[in-house]
Design a protein around this ligand. Structure first.
Ligand SMILES: [Zn+2]
Length: 82
């Protein structure tokens, strides 16, 4: 039987299609029965859909930051990190 920790790691890191039949079966049964992993699975799917949507609608941006803007950004970041 899979533990919640194992399910979370598998959902986040692995592609379900690369798993063996037994691994997939165990994962699906656990996700169906465990309320925590069920919620986590829904969140993972939602984030994957959002990332796919963002990727599909992302516009190419060839603009470069000028040196003055880089300097101001560097100064602002160094103040924040102190
Ligand atoms: Zn669980």
């Amino acid at each position: 039987m899979l533990r919640c920790k194992d399910v979370a790691k598998a959902l986040a890191d692995k592609n379900i299609r690369d798993m063996s039949f037994f691994e997939r079966f165990s994962l699906v049964v656990h996700v169906m029965l465990c309320p925590f992993c069920g919620k986590f699975h829904k969140d993972v799917v939602k984030h994957q859909e959002m990332a796919r949507c963002f990727h599909d609608h992302e516009e190419p941006n060839d603009e470069k930051m000028d040196d003055d803007a880089k300097k101001k950004l560097r100064e602002a970041l160094s103040k924040e990190c102190k």
